[in-house]
Design a protein around this ligand. Structure first.
Ligand code: SF4
Length: 305
């Protein structure tokens, strides 16, 4: 690392520490401050700027909270904030200021949230989010999945996780058994932003999940200096599809305090989607979306086939 980046990194990491696991670190080019993986995790002085329009709760999670740990934003789905822990700290994370300490701890503490899901027959899908739910033990995940699977009107279990990308060794037979041990359809939504994240170890992890009958989707965030070029986004989509992961969303950056330096204007995002449409089969072009607090769904920013 160039020495002049170290003091700013220490300053910016004061309230959201630098945190990068070894397997992800090994994919970062040494000594290159422009490396697209390094940029996602490197604290910069720019994070300390107070930028108008950027807040600590950009998608209004607070308004969606119904019971401790339970968020409900969209029809038919309920989301559990299962943990505050992640395997990596992404500097652009929209929950980097989330009050995780308010979420339940052990399995019994989830009883009120699960009771609320059981009482609402309009729900058919439960999403495990966080933090990263795969930082939890296999035993806890198996128990949680079993309790969710015991609710008759729930048909699908969706897991939002970056762990198969950043520590692919987390994907084991025991984890798959925990996720697939119920009657529920299992969907795993991973989070990769750049093709350099998808090395051979990640390919193995994704193959294990796909072979187990898990539906795999990817959500990416459009990030300045990381993936705001068509070549990188196209290669990301191609590699994902080759690994049986469907490119699901390309998110416009949520305006979270500390992340303004990652902003890409929507007009540029639309241009990129147009370029992707000319480069890829339609199914490999993710939906370019933004989350608007209070809206009934994600808002599409560019039409795709
Ligand atoms: S893994 Fe996801 S939840 Fe965790 S810091 Fe990164 S973006 Fe945020």
């Amino acid at each position: 690392m160039p020495a002049d980046l170290i003091a700013p990194a220490r300053r910016a990491a004061a309230d959201f520490p630098l945190f990068v696991p070894e397997p992800y670190l090994s994919r970062i080019r040494r000594g290159d401050p422009a490396d697209p993986l390094l940029r996602q995790v490197l604290p910069l002085d720019a994070e300390l700027d107070d930028v108008a329009g950027y807040s600590t709760d950009p998608v209004d999670d607070a308004a969606a909270k119904t019971t401790a740990g339970l968020l409900q934003k969209y029809a038919g789905r309920a989301l559990l904030i299962t943990t505050g822990a992640c395997a990596i700290h992404c500097r652009y994370c929209f929950r980097r200021h989330y009050p995780y300490s308010e979420s339940p701890g052990g399995i019994e503490a989830w009883t009120p949230a699960l009771a609320e899901i059981a009482a609402d027959a309009s729900l058919d899908e439960v999403i495990l989010s966080g933090g990263d739910p795969l930082t939890l033990s296999d035993g806890f995940l198996a128990e949680l999945a079993a309790r969710i699977g015991a609710i008759p009107h729930i048909r699908r279990l969706r897991v939002h996780t970056r762990l198969p990308i950043v520590i692919p060794q987390r994907v084991t037979a025991e984890l798959i058994a925990a996720l697939r041990g119920t009657r529920l359809a299992t969907i795993v939504v991973v989070h990769a932003n750049h093709p350099q994240e998808l090395d051979a170890t990640v390919a193995t992890a994704l193959a294990q999940l796909a072979d187990a009958g898990i539906v795999l989707l990817n959500q990416a965030v459009l990030l300045r200096g990381v993936n705001d070029n068509a070549a990188a986004l196209a290669e990301l989509s191609r590699t994902l599809v080759n690994h049986r992961v469907m490119p699901y969303y390309l998110h416009q950056l949520d305006p979270v305090a500390g992340a303004a330096h990652f902003h890409v204007p929507v007009e540029r995002g639309r241009e990129l989607v147009q370029e992707l449409l000319s480069m890829l089969p339609g199914y490999a072009v993710p939906r370019y979306v933004r989350e608007i607090p209070g809206a009934l769904s994600k808002t599409t920013l560019a039409e795709c086939p």
